[in-house]
Ligand binder design. Structure first.
Ligand SMILES: Cc1cc2nc3c(=O)[nH]c(=O)nc-3n(C[C@H](O)[C@H](O)[C@H](O)COP(=O)(O)OP(=O)(O)OC[C@H]3O[C@@H](n4cnc5c(N)ncnc54)[C@H](O)[C@@H]3O)c2cc1C
Length: 446
């Protein structure tokens, strides 16, 4: 803590910025603000290392890890991921998109990581760079005071209350969406909804050679599977399904996951000898967005702002790249509120644009037309290169991929029309599921 103050009986302190949540977004913005000389307090409700889902990183993330000074540490805990493999029951063999074929050749691979280790090292790094980190402190409320210091209220695991007086509040609370809830800004995504069930397994058949660390994505009748190879032979396996399918569950989560695995031959084939390690978890109703991303003296970053379906492993990258832009905006705001406001607006615009780029593909991912296009890549007019760049996280306009992606969309719409009956049936199922509530939410790391 910085300057100690006494006020309402709760222990109290002040600083430039309070960050709520020590996940990837929170640790990133805290570290970058410390690098700019700001006093920063991070309040994290859990004790790291703790379980979290979301283990597959994108190549463009490496740029940020370098900047934070943790790339070597991540290399030590990660499995190199050179590409993303797609599997479909309607196609005889899988197709892999290798990141070395993206437009930006500087980052030809990424890493698969255990989030408990990854998040822990990011938070430790923030502390090493001078952030004042408090774990097991849950933020229970924030008094937002435009033009004055806001007050962040925390409670530790023993029930002790504390207050932080701060010039700026960063909400990086993930799916808890603390400020979006408080402001009434949170909106369920009307176009897309899905739910997931997942676990960690041993003895799952891995790909060989340099393909060993690739993520496998497998379409099946009720959605799609991920298989993410972790260190020490472990595999993260999960199914992202239409919520109406998960609501049909009559058995234990474990039995239901096995039953779902059996419904997807390409996954089942690799899991004949597999054994579950630990518990099976589920999470639902998870696509949402906040109407705004900032206000006077506060902003939302990462999942605290928006969550999109994880099919392209975009969550951690969006959280950390958003936090990078947000750090600059906050630093400028603390010096000059009007100039900072301009950067906050730009931050909001750029993050939304990046989310839109992923979302266009996500909304259509289960359609037969998208599946056919993904399973038959061809670099006609650089379309494959552009799709690979999107898969690598090149979504902020740094590479010239807009024209080939626009062309890809035209090709998609043409094949959608050519497959009209099936495409319409899937479209209707997706829209119907956008309204389905899947209430069983057992912590996906939250
Ligand atoms: C099923 C599933 C699969 C996914 N797969 C991938 C993947 O393969 N790759 C990928 O990149 N992303 C994936 N994601 C998304 C990824 O998990 C998130 O996008 C990412 O963790 C967001 O980081 P964050 O820092 O914004 O939030 P989080 O990582 O959730 O961190 C938020 C932190 O805030 C803390 N917190 C919350 N409330 C409070 C409070 N009141 N006070 C104090 N602390 C608080 C939490 O304890 C947590 O540590 C997946 C998500 C799901 C649901």
């Amino acid at each position: 803590m910085n300057t100690a103050e006494q006020s309402t009986g709760a222990e109290s302190a002040s600083c430039d910025v309070v960050v709520i949540g020590g996940g990837p977004a929170g640790s990133t913005i805290a570290t970058l603000l410390r690098q700019r000389g700001r006093s920063v307090t991070v309040l994290e409700k859990e004790q790291h290392p703790r379980f979290h889902i979301g283990e597959s990183l994108l190549p463009q993330n490496l740029r940020i890890l370098e900047r934070l000074g943790v790339l070597d540490q991540v290399r030590a805990i990660g499995v190199p991921k050179h590409g993303a493999e797609f599997n479909s029951q309607m196609h005889s063999s899988p197709v892999t998109y290798y990141f070395e074929n993206a437009v930006d050749k500087r980052y030809p691979y990424a890493y698969e990581v255990r989030r408990s280790e990854f998040d822990h090292l990011l938070l430790q790094n923030a502390a090493c760079q001078g952030a004042d980190v408090h774990q097991c402190v849950r933020v229970v409320d924030v008094d937002l005071r435009a033009g004055a210091r806001s007050i962040v209220h925390g409670v530790d695991e023993h029930g002790n209350r504390s207050e932080w007086h701060t010039r700026f509040v960063v909400d990086a609370s993930g799916r808890d969406t603390l400020l979006a809830n408080k402001m009434g800004w949170k909106q369920k995504n009307p176009k897309h909804n899905s739910a997931a069930i997942f676990g960690h397994f041993d003895n799952v058949v891995r790909r060989s050679g340099r393909d060993e660390g690739n993520i496998s994505v497998c379409w099946f009748e009720h959605g799609w599977f991920w298989m993410i190879p972790l260190r020490d032979g472990r595999m993260s396996v999960g199914a992202v399904c239409f919520p109406e399918y998960l609501r049909t569950r009559k058995t234990s989560p474990e039995e239901f996951l096995w039953q779902t695995i059996r419904a997807c031959p390409s996954v089942n084939e690799r899991m004949r000898e597999a054994t579950l390690t630990g518990e099976v978890r589920a999470t639902g109703n998870y696509s949402y967005t906040s109407r705004r991303m900032y206000g006077d003296g506060f902003l939302l970053v990462g999942d605290a702002n928006a969550f999109v379906d994880p099919v392209f492993s975009s969550g951690v990258y969006l959280a950390m790249s958003g936090a990078t832009a947000a750090a600059e905006a906050v630093d400028v705001w603390l010096r000059d509120a009007r100039a900072g406001e301009r950067l906050l607006r730009r931050y909001q615009r750029d993050v939304r644009r990046a989310i839109r780029m992923f979302s266009w593909f996500i909304y259509r991912f289960t359609s037969p037309a998208m599946r056919s296009l993904f399973m038959a890549p061809g670099n006609v007019l650089r379309m494959e290169e552009a799709v690979t760049s999107m898969l690598a996280g090149d979504v902020y306009g740094a590479s010239p991929i807009r024209a080939p992606l626009a062309l890809f969309k035209v090709v998609y719409y043409v094949s959608w029309v050519l497959n009209l009956r099936r495409a319409w049936a899937v479209h209707r199922r997706r829209r119907r599921n956008a309204r389905v509530q899947f209430v069983e939410e057992t912590q996906a790391g939250d």
